[in-house]
Design a protein around this ligand. Structure first.
Ligand SMILES: *[C@@H]1O[C@H](CO)[C@@H](O)[C@H](O)[C@H]1NC(C)=O
Ligand SMILES: *[C@@H]1O[C@H](CO)[C@@H](O)[C@H](O)[C@H]1NC(C)=O
Ligand SMILES: *[C@@H]1O[C@H](CO)[C@@H](O)[C@H](O)[C@H]1NC(C)=O
Ligand SMILES: *[C@@H]1O[C@H](CO)[C@@H](O)[C@H](O)[C@H]1NC(C)=O
Length: 423
C-alpha cells in the first residue's frame, strides 16, 4: 500500500521576475519594483527569447554524449507544489538533515538535481561525497560545475527521498537570482556523461528514487501549470509524483510513445503536426520535438515559424523580438491545432498571446498583442523541430511516464480560458 498524499499549495505567479533575465537587473522576489521600467521594457522579453533559443541549441547538441537508456525495473501519488516566476516554475525543497531549504527550478529537460547556486555552501553534514564531479550544460549560456553527494531531499512535508544523488554547485552561471538549483525530472538517460571521472554512470533521478523507494505507486509524473494575467496572480500549479492527478484535467488523458527520433528521443520527446485555423493551413508537418518545462515559449522550426507568421500576418517587434499583432489582426487570429497521436489539441488565440495586462512587463506597447510562438533557429528535419515550453504546458495537463516511456496529454480548465485580456 502506498500513502496517497495530496499537498497542493499556492502557486505564486510573479511576472516582475522577468526582469531578472536582464543581466543587469537583480530582482529577488515577487514584489520587487524593477529598477527602471525602461530597462526591462526594452530587454526583458528579448532576453527570454534569447535564453530559450540558446537553450534549444544546447539541448539539441548535448545529448550526443548520452548513450542508450538503461533498462531498470522497480515499483507513483504525491503532489508537490510549484511556484511560477512567469518564466520558471520553482519548488521549495529541503536537503539533508538538519534540513536546509532551497528553491529549485522544475526541469523536464534535464535529469540531475543540484543546489547551492551562487552560495558557495559547505556540504550539509549529512551528505556523503561520491568522489564524482558534475558538469551540466543547459544551453550555451547556463552551466553548472559541482561535486556529487548522496543525501536526502524532502520535496513536500513527509515526502522524503533518500540516497539521492545531489550536485553541490561550485560554479553556476546563467541562472536567475533566487534559484538555488534544478530539480531534474526528465528522463534518466539525460544524466549520462554528466559525471566525471566515471563518465558512464547513470544517476537515478528523484522520480526514479521516489518510485524505487516505494514512496509512490507509479514511475511517472504529472505536470499542471496554469496561465495568469495578473502581476500578483495566485493560482495553482503542481508536479504530481506517482502518475496523473485526475482532478487537474478534463476529458481523456491520451498517451503517445516517447518519439524514437533522435535527439528528441532523449527528452520528453513526441511527434506532432501543427496546423493553423479552420482552413488547416499547414505549419509543421509530422515531426519530432520535445516538451520542456525549462523553456518559456513555444519554439518551432524556422520554416514552420515563417508559415505561422504568414498565416497570422504578425511581424517581429524590433525591440523585444516576439511577433506582434494589432488588435484588429488579433481579432482575426485563429487557433493553432497540435495533432499528437490520434488527438488534436487546440491552442486558442488567447493562449498564443502574452497576457495583454502584462504587456508593460515585457516592454510591450498596449497597442499590440505579442505572440508566444517563435523560431527555434533551425529548419525542420533535425529531429528536434519544436519545443512545447511552459506557455504550451500552461494550457494542457502533461504526464511523463518513465515506466512506459510515454507522454500523456489532456485538456484542463485552462485550455480554453481567457487570460489577461484588457477588455
Ligand atoms: C517557497 O518559499 C518562499 C520563501 O519562503 C515562499 O515565498 C513561496 O511561497 C514558497 N513557494 C511555495 C510553492 O510554497
Ligand atoms: C569509478 O569506477 C571504478 C570502476 O568501477 C571504481 O573503482 C571507482 O571507485 C569509481 N570512482 C568513483 C569516483 O566513483
Ligand atoms: C540508503 O542507502 C543505505 C546504504 O546503502 C541503505 O542501507 C538504505 O537502506 C538506503 N535507503 C533507502 C531508502 O533506499
Ligand atoms: C516523427 O518525426 C520524424 C521526423 O522528425 C519522422 O522521421 C518519424 O517517422 C516520425 N515518427 C512517427 C511515429 O510519426
Amino acid at each position: 500500500m502506498f500513502a496517497r498524499l495530496s499537498i497542493t499549495l499556492c502557486l505564486l505567479a510573479s511576472l516582475t521576475s522577468l526582469g531578472v533575465l536582464a543581466e543587469h537587473i537583480v530582482v529577488r522576489d515577487r514584489h520587487v519594483t524593477l529598477p527602471t521600467a525602461k530597462k526591462v521594457q526594452t530587454t526583458g522579453m528579448a532576453n527570454v527569447l534569447k535564453i530559450d533559443q540558446s537553450r534549444a541549441k544546447g539541448l539539441k547538441h548535448k545529448v550526443d554524449k548520452a548513450a542508450m537508456s538503461r533498462q531498470r525495473r522497480a515499483p507513483a501519488i504525491e503532489d508537490v507544489p510549484i511556484t511560477s516566476y512567469a518564466t520558471q516554475y520553482l519548488i521549495n525543497v529541503t536537503i539533508g538533515n538538519p534540513p536546509q531549504p532551497f528553491q529549485l527550478q522544475v526541469d523536464t529537460g534535464s535529469a540531475n538535481t543540484w543546489f547551492g547556486a551562487g552560495q558557495y555552501l559547505a556540504p550539509p553534514p549529512s551528505s556523503t561525497a561520491t568522489g564524482q564531479d558534475l558538469d551540466l550544460e543547459y544551453g550555451s549560456d547556463a552551466v553548472m560545475l559541482g561535486s556529487e553527494y548522496i543525501d536526502q531531499i524532502e520535496l513536500a512535508p513527509g515526502f522524503t527521498i533518500h540516497n539521492q544523488s545531489l550536485g553541490l554547485s561550485l560554479a553556476a552561471v546563467g541562472f536567475q537570482d533566487g534559484i538555488d538549483g534544478i530539480l531534474g525530472v526528465g528522463p534518466e538517460v539525460l544524466t549520462y556523461a554528466t559525471l566525471f571521472p566515471n563518465q558512464t554512470s547513470f544517476v537515478p533521478t528523484v522520480t526514479d528514487n521516489a518510485f524505487w523507494q516505494g514512496l509512490v505507486p507509479e514511475h511517472s509524473i504529472g505536470i499542471f501549470f496554469a496561465p495568469t494575467g495578473s502581476m500578483d496572480g495566485v493560482t495553482n500549479g503542481e508536479i504530481h509524483f506517482g502518475g496523473a492527478d485526475s482532478s487537474k484535467y478534463t476529458g481523456e488523458l491520451n498517451y503517445v510513445p516517447i518519439t524514437t527520433t533522435y535527439p528528441s528521443s532523449r527528452y520528453v520527446g513526441i511527434n506532432q503536426t501543427i496546423t493553423y485555423g479552420s482552413s488547416n493551413t499547414p505549419i509543421l508537418s509530422n515531426n519530432a520535438g520535445i516538451t520542456d518545462t525549462g523553456t518559456t515559449l513555444i519554439l518551432i522550426a524556422t520554416d514552420a515559424f515563417q508559415a505561422y507568421q504568414a498565416a497570422t500576418g504578425a511581424v517581429a517587434d524590433p525591440n523585444i523580438g516576439l511577433l506582434r499583432l494589432t488588435p484588429a489582426q488579433y481579432s482575426n487570429l485563429e487557433s493553432l491545432f497540435f495533432k499528437i497521436g490520434d488527438d488534436t489539441y487546440e491552442l486558442t488565440p488567447n493562449a498564443q498571446a502574452w497576457p495583454r495586462t502584462l504587456n508593460s512587463v515585457i516592454g510591450g506597447s498596449d497597442d499590440f498583442i505579442y505572440l508566444m510562438v517563435n523560431d527555434i533557429g533551425t529548419p525542420s528535419g533535425y529531429g528536434f523541430d519544436f519545443i512545447n515550453g511552459m506557455t504550451f504546458l500552461e494550457r494542457f495537463y502533461s504526464v511523463y511516464d518513465a515506466a512506459q516511456n510515454r507522454f500523456g496529454i489532456a485538456n484542463t480548465q485552462f485550455t480554453h480560458a481567457v487570460v489577461g485580456e484588457t477588455n
